[in-house]
Design a binder for this molecule. Structure first.
Ligand SMILES: NC(=O)c1ccc[n+]([C@@H]2O[C@H](COP(=O)([O-])OP(=O)(O)OC[C@H]3O[C@@H](n4cnc5c(N)ncnc54)[C@H](OP(=O)(O)O)[C@@H]3O)[C@@H](O)[C@H]2O)c1
Length: 272
C-alpha cells in the first residue's frame, strides 16, 4: 500500500544510520510514519484511512508500507502522536514482554527521558510494576513521575534495592549498574547504547545466581503491536510526549536536539 505522509518521527537509530556509512547518498531515511492511505494494495483499507506504520524511507511525502506493518488510527488519536509510536513504542512494549509479568515487579528503565524510555516507564507502570527511571541529569527527570516513575535516579548508579527487570537504552556504565542491580532470576534487556560507551563488567560480576542478559532488536511484523499502542493512546493509558515538533525542513534542528539530549520523549516532523 502507499501512504501519504503527514508526520514522521525521528529516532536515535536514524541518526546512527546517517553516520554509519552504510546508507548510500540520496537514500531516504526514517522509519516512523503516520498519514493517510492513498493506494490500499492488499491491506483492505479504504483510501483516505488514517494510519500509522513502520516503513523504510519515512522522511518522504509518500511511502510504500507492508500490510503487516500498519495500524488504523481512530479519530480520537492525533496523527502526530501516532507517528511517535512505531520504533520506540514497539521496542518498549516488546522489551517489557520479554521480562514476563510486570505485576508487583521492580523494573529499572535507563535513558528514561528518551523516546523508548518514556514509553517503557509508562507501559511498565500500567502493567503494575514499581518503576525506577534512570536519567543523565536532574533536568531530564522532569515529568517522569507523571508518566509513571515511582523513583528517579540521576546518573548511572543503580538503585539500592534490587530489580527484577532492566530495560537498558544507554549501555556503558548504565548497563553495568543495571546488571549489578538485578535480583536473582532477573533479566536485563539490552535495547540500545545511546551513550556509545563500552560496558566493562567487573570480574566475577557475571558469576553467581542465575540472571539473564538478553539482546533485543525490533524485527518482523508490527501491525498487532501498533494496534495495541494506538488503542492505549486512544484510551488515555499511554500519553505520548512530543518534546520537539517542527516542519521536515527543520530536520537538522531536530537531529541536533535529539543528539544533544534536549528532547523529552519524541521528536516529530510535520511533512505536509
Ligand atoms: N534494538 C532496537 O530494536 C531499538 C529500537 C529503538 C531504539 N533502540 C536504541 O535504544 C536507544 C534509545 O533510543 P531512543 O529512541 O529512546 O533514543 P533517545 O530518545 O535519543 O533517548 C536516549 C536516552 O539515552 C540517554 N543518553 C543519550 N546519550 C547519552 C550519553 N552520551 N550518555 C548517557 N546517556 C545518554 C539520554 O538520557 P539523558 O539525557 O537523561 O542522559 C536519552 O534520553 C538508542 O541507542 C537506540 O538506537 C534500539
Amino acid at each position: 500500500m502507499v501512504v501519504a505522509v503527514r508526520h514522521a518521527s525521528l529516532n536515535h537509530g536514524d541518526l546512527n544510520d546517517a553516520r554509519s556509512g552504510r546508507v548510500p547518498p540520496g537514500a531516504v531515511l526514517g522509519s516512523d510514519v503516520a498519514g493517510v492511505v492513498v493506494t490500499p494494495g492488499e491491506s483492505g483499507l479504504e483510501p483516505g484511512t488514517r494510519v500509522v506504520a513502520l516503513a523504510a524511507g519515512a522522511f518522504a511525502e509518500r511511502v510504500a508500507v507492508g500490510a503487516n506493518m500498519v495500524a488504523e488510527v481512530p479519530p480520537s488519536v492525533d496523527l502526530a502522536q501516532a507517528a511517535a509510536l512505531p520504533v520506540a513504542g514497539v521496542a518498549a512494549l516488546r522489551a517489557l514482554r520479554l521480562g514476563g509479568s510486570l505485576l508487583g515487579r521492580r523494573v529499572l528503565v535507563t535513558g528514561a527521558s528518551g523516546g523508548v524510555g518514556r514509553f517503557a516507564v509508562r507501559l511498565a507502570s500500567v502493567g503494575g510494576a514499581y518503576v525506577v527511571a534512570s536519567v543523565g541529569s536532574p533536568a531530564r527527570a522532569e515529568g517522569l513521575d507523571m508518566v509513571g516513575a515511582d523513583e528517579v535516579l540521576v546518573g548511572p548508579d543503580g538503585p539500592e534495592e534490587r530489580v527484577d527487570l532492566v530495560l537498558d537504552n544507554v549501555g556503558g556504565p548504565w548497563l553495568v549498574a543495571g546488571w549489578q542491580a538485578l535480583a536473582p532470576g532477573g533479566t536485563l534487556v539490552s535495547i540500545g547504547c545511546a551513550s556509545g560507551e563500552a560496558a566493562v563488567l567487573p570480574p566475577y560480576s557475571t558469576v553467581g545466581p542465575h540472571r539473564s542478559l538478553v539482546s533485543f532488536i525490533n524485527s518482523g511484523p508490527v501491525a498487532g503491536d501498533l494496534r495495541d499502542l494506538v488503542r492505549m493512546v486512544g484510551s488515555g493509558a499511554l500519553p505520548v510526549e512530543i518534546g520537539w515538533r517542527g516542519a521536515l525542513e527543520r530536520f537538522g534542528e531536530a537531529a541536533r536536539a535529539l543528539r544533544g539530549r534536549r528532547v523529552a520523549g519524541k521528536a516529530v516532523l510535520d511533512v505536509v
